[in-house]
Design a protein around this ligand. Structure first.
Ligand SMILES: Cc1cc2nc3c(=O)[nH]c(=O)nc-3n(C[C@H](O)[C@H](O)[C@H](O)COP(=O)(O)O)c2cc1C
Ligand SMILES: C=C(O[C@@H]1CC(C(=O)O)=C[C@@H](OP(=O)(O)O)[C@H]1O)C(=O)O
Length: 387
């Protein structure tokens, strides 16, 4: 399976084409919309999210509520486009485009590097595509992957573990339904009410100061059988693919699997997960510090991935930069922006991880139809339980 996204932040729409989905996958548009709506929420988002109300349109590859095996095209309209018609799109009106020309690069954003690389004297041609608006398309693809995974007994959840200096208490063994329920009920997707309060206070404070905040999100995948991914070649290692997917989210700068960087501090005996066996469940682990991976393959325990998001680059509080035309320094121009998008980014992380797991699943069990895929997964689960 693969997908491509296209579309600019203030253009008419975002498009995603998904290729390689098995046929006969029941396709719920509501489930895609549900993920899109989750991505729009979160304390600290800016005014743009009040304009948008993301819904998916399905343009190909689905008939009578099921995939046909043909590429699936999904489209999400940008409501803000109505304000940008003269500036954006393939044929803007030159005077209007000139008025909205961007010549002042923001430290921390893609503006300057993109302009240097692609030779743009209007950095709008960079920011429109580098914008995290694109993550709506990736969430739509992930939402389809989730529907495939659910039919194979695999579920995904996410929560926010840090915003700025506020850190949630660890909750390693909470049931997935409880994580989903508590994260959904929290404005910052945090499971710890004490930390939630502090996170919201810090966001208010940063906003008042014209500043921004980053944080850490955790994604958990439950039900993946042992043996997804492979040790035999670097680009088939599923932990590495997940790491790439997470760091490819706008503003994500690092990733940890399981205890991650903490492993550097501990001795081997305090890191590796002992192997146990029981008649009714086959092989399993005493602990899950590895976060569900050994040798680039799933162990059958929960996949636990954390991603770190830097603070949003667009600031009301000025940072020094230089205008690309005048070559004169200026103090940052005021732009509409999120002050913290960690809760929204958590939903993005869930969905990009879901995609990678679904892709690994369909590689291990190649199938043209959904019933064939489900049957293979069930057979394999039985086989490894008896191993
Ligand atoms: C959900 C989400 C919302 C974001 N909102 C903003 C925003 O409002 N303003 C901004 O400057 N950056 C925002 N960003 C981050 C930028 O898109 C990102 O920093 C930029 O594309 C540069 O890429 P890099 O930080 O990965 O190097 C957001 C990121 C995510 C994931
Ligand atoms: C539009 C979204 O996020 C945008 C991501 C973003 C950026 O620079 O990444 C900048 C802002 O765009 P605007 O200038 O239009 O307000 C955010 O609102 C979205 O998440 O759907």
């Amino acid at each position: 399976m693969r997908y491509l996204t296209a579309g600019e932040s203030h253009g008419p729409q975002l498009t995603v084409i998904i290729e390689g989905l098995p046929s006969q996958l029941p396709f719920s548009r509501e489930k895609v919309d549900e993920q899109l709506a989750r991505r729009q929420k979160g304390y600290g988002r800016g005014r743009r999210m009040q304009i948008e109300s993301d819904r998916v349109q399905v343009l190909s590859g689905v008939r009578f509520g099921k995939t046909t095996g043909a590429p699936v095209t999904l489209v999400i309209e940008n409501k803000d486009w109505t304000h940008w018609k003269k500036v954006m799109g393939t044929d803007p009106i030159p005077e209007y485009a000139e008025k909205r020309r961007v010549t002042r690069p923001r430290p921390g954003h893609a503006d300057l590097n993109g302009a240097l690389k692609y030779g743009h004297r209007d950095m709008r041609d960079v920011l429109e595509r580098s914008s995290a608006r694109e993550t709506a398309a990736r969430v739509a693809a992930g939402a389809v992957a989730r529907q495939l995974l659910e039919l194979c007994g695999i579920r995904v959840a996410g929560h926010v573990v840090r915003i700025g200096t506020a850190e949630a208490e660890a909750t390693p063994d909470l049931p997935l339904d409880e994580i989903l329920r508590r994260a959904e009920a929290s404005p910052v997707r945090c499971l710890d009410p004490q930390a939630e309060k502090e996170m919201m206070r810090l966001i208010d404070e940063a906003k008042k100061e014209g500043d921004s905040l980053g944080g850490i999100v955790e994604v958990i995948v439950e039900g993946a059988p042992a043996g997804l991914g492979s040790h035999v070649h670097w680009d088939r290692k599923l932990d590495a693919r997940i790491a790439r997917a997470v760091v490819s989210i706008q503003a994500f700068k690092g990733v940890e699997i399981g205890i991650g960087f903490e492993a550097a501090r501990r001795k081997g005996s305090e890191v590796h997960d002992e192997i146990l066996w029981a008649e009714d469940r086959g092989f399993y682990r005493a602990t899950n510090r590895a976060g569900g991976f050994e040798g680039g393959m799933t162990t059958g325990e929960r996949i636990v991935v954390r991603g770190v998001m830097k603070p949003i680059p667009t600031l009301y509080k000025p940072l020094r930069s230089v205008d690309i035309e005048t070559k004169k320094p200026f103090a940052a121009s005021i732009e509409r922006s999120d002050s913290c998008a960690v809760p929204a980014a958590c939903v993005v992380a869930e969905n990009v991880v879901a995609w990678e797991v679904a892709q690994a699943l369909t590689e291990k069990f190649p199938a043209d139809t959904m019933p064939e895929l489900i049957e293979q997964v069930e057979q394999y689960r039985k086989r490894i339980a008896r191993f």
